[in-house]
Design a protein. Structure first.
Length: 340
């Protein structure tokens, strides 16, 4: 159930991606106050989000780390997030970041060091866990509706919209690349849904477009083995047509010894545009499973606030670290395929 916390003051340091709007909207809806936003480069996006939520933009980053600020939200350039995390550690401020937290092995080691020191709480917008259809799927798995899980496949095609992307998006060093940017969600979901750790992750990244950005790869396919021997296949690309109604028609397929399911994460275009969950077993044909009432669950921001106050929470430091480490390792192990 939703946690009750005192009114808090938060600030935003880094507004390079619109995902930070999730955190801002949820915090404001809970009655918390924003002290201001600092973003020196992506002025257009920062001005749009600041106007949408009536937030003051400031020129002095340190002013958003003063004593009156309780926590920080951050959606800076991906490879700069670890610097903001370390800055917040110096000031003793908990921080919620957009994914990915890190883009390299060095960044991962620095993140581990912050978490091991335990001076601040670090959150990450791994929002997939908090979708009602995913929560419902988790309940079915835990109840044994699938028997023993055999395989999980996740497809997460995305829209690129290149003219709307900042230049750093196409830099491997700055963005981290497609595996760390997109599949970090799916590595987290695998652990969440199965309760298993990831033993190995191997696969490839393919480049079919944009020769002007030589280290930008636009598709990735990863094969995962979990500790209990279960397998999974993760796929993402930047090829969703611009006419799609959302960022991409994401799907999750579950195979078990007693049942099978499909989660249409962003909805079914011929029926509705909300997420849906379909289930079938030996005794019943395909049926749509009613999703849990999302209002009965904490949002990701509420979950983080509960963790800050020492209360129960869904997403932990270990979850963030495990998903980040899996993404870094998969990226390091991926075979590069160039077709452009």
């Amino acid at each position: 159930m939703r946690t009750k916390t005192r009114q808090m003051t938060f600030s935003i340091i880094g507004c390079e991606h619109a995902h930070i709007g999730i955190f801002i909207k949820e915090m404001l809806s809970l009655g918390h106050r924003c002290a201001g936003m600092y973003e020196p480069n992506n002025i257009e996006l920062a001005e749009r989000i600041a106007a949408e939520y009536d937030i003051q933009r400031v020129e002095d980053r340190e002013s958003l780390l003063l004593e009156e600020v309780d926590l920080v939200g951050c959606a800076s350039v991906n490879d700069k997030k670890i610097e903001i995390i370390e800055l917040c550690e110096v000031y003793g401020k908990p921080i919620m970041i957009d994914k990915p937290a890190v883009t390299s092995r060095d960044g991962l080691d620095r993140l581990k060091a912050v978490l091991n020191r335990g001076r601040i709480e670090v959150g990450m917008l791994l929002t997939e866990r908090f979708r009602p259809e995913i929560r419902t799927l988790k309940r079915l798995i835990d109840e044994g509706s699938f028997g023993e899980l055999v395989h999980i496949s996740m497809r997460k095609p995305h829209q690129l919209n290149p003219t709307k992307r900042p230049a750093w998006h196409f830099s491997k060093q700055e963005s981290g690349g497609i595996i760390m940017d997109l599949l970090v969600h799916d590595f987290d979901l695998l652990r969440y849904l199965t309760g298993q750790e990831l033993r190995s992750a191997t696969g490839n990244m393919s480049k079919l477009i944009m020769p002007e950005h030589p280290d930008f790869y636009d598709a990735a396919s990863i094969q995962v083995v979990l500790d209990n021997g279960m397998t999974s296949q993760l796929y993402a690309d930047w090829h969703t047509p611009e006419k799609c109604w959302t960022w991409g028609d994401g799907r999750i397929f579950i195979s078990g010894t007693k049942g099978t399911a499909e989660v249409r994460v962003e909805g079914e275009p011929l029926r509705d545009r909300d997420g849906m969950l379909l289930y079938m077993n030996d005794k019943e044909e395909w049926r749509m499973v009613e999703k849990e009432d999302f209002e009965s669950f904490d949002s990701i921001s509420e979950d983080f606030l509960s963790r800050i106050s020492g209360g129960p929470h869904v997403l932990s430091h270990q979850d963030i670290l495990a998903a980040s480490e899996a993404a870094v390792s998969a990226d390091e192990n991926a075979e590069l395929i160039r077709r452009v």
